[in-house]
Design a protein around this ligand. Structure first.
Ligand SMILES: Cc1cc2nc3c(=O)[nH]c(=O)nc-3n(C[C@H](O)[C@H](O)[C@H](O)COP(=O)(O)O)c2cc1C
Length: 209
């Protein structure tokens, strides 16, 4: 049975465009495979705590020395178990201040663990997760896929690096851009992204499974 891990990270709750598009993607995936198992983490609604002196230590190999370190290690183990069990990741990634939401970044802080999801080898760092694919849905008020603001995009390159660092290199990015360019541009961007998701999931994504 295929398993999908869904990560949403918008701070905007019901008004979130990325949450809505993630839902569209799940609907399409379930249409393709009614037995799909979906595990969801709403990182925006229920944020993981930011790193502290204790959690940073516990995630970097040291045996937990106190309750705070043990809690952080247990949470990291739980998140990594969810990640390793999934064949497919669906990530909702709003652009906040040119990058990803801090709630999503914190999830990566907990799952990028040396010796567990990546390792250092003689030829450099190596991702340890194999055979996983990701659908990443990016929402932006402005336009970054082309034009003068392209150089300001610290969202997509960061996500690509984080995923590939742990071995997830089969990644499809979908963008709803120009959401702040007025109601018409916003509606168009959402419709286009939703249509692209449906098309790719129906024609390509599951076929390649
Ligand atoms: C705190 C905050 C920061 C934002 N920063 C940017 C930005 O740097 N560039 C941009 O194009 N849009 C920016 N936006 C607009 C969001 O990308 C846009 O509202 C998008 O819909 C967010 O995704 P969501 O609706 O899923 O939360 C920002 C929005 C918020 C709330």
């Amino acid at each position: 049975m295929s398993k999908v891990l869904v990560l949403t990270s918008s701070a905007l709750g019901a008004a979130s465009v990325s949450n809505q598009l993630v839902q569209d993607a799940i609907t399409q995936l379930v249409l393709q495979d009614p037995h799909l198992r979906v595990i969801a983490r709403d990182l925006g609604g229920n944020p993981i705590p930011h790193l502290t002196i204790d959690s940073a230590k516990a995630l970097r190999g040291a045996e937990p020395e106190n309750a705070a370190q043990a809690v952080a290690r247990a949470l990291s183990d739980e998140l990594i178990t969810e990640l390793t069990a999934a064949d497919t990741l669906v990530i909702g990634a709003p652009m906040y201040n040119f990058g990803i939401a801090s709630t999503l970044k914190t999830w990566f802080d907990y799952v990028l663990r040396a010796g567990v999801t990546f390792k250092y080898s003689e030829s450099g760092p190596m991702g340890l997760l194999e055979g996983k694919r990701a659908i990443v849905i990016e929402t932006r008020g402005g336009l970054y896929s082309e034009g003068p603001a392209q150089v300001l995009d610290s969202q997509e390159p960061h996500l690509r690096n984080l995923l590939s660092f742990i071995g997830i290199t089969s990644v499809k990015f979908f963008r709803a851009e120009k959401l702040a360019f007025g109601p018409e541009a916003r509606a168009k961007a959402i419709n286009v992204a939703s249509g692209q998701l449906a098309e790719v999931i129906q024609k390509e994504f599951l076929d390649a499974a």
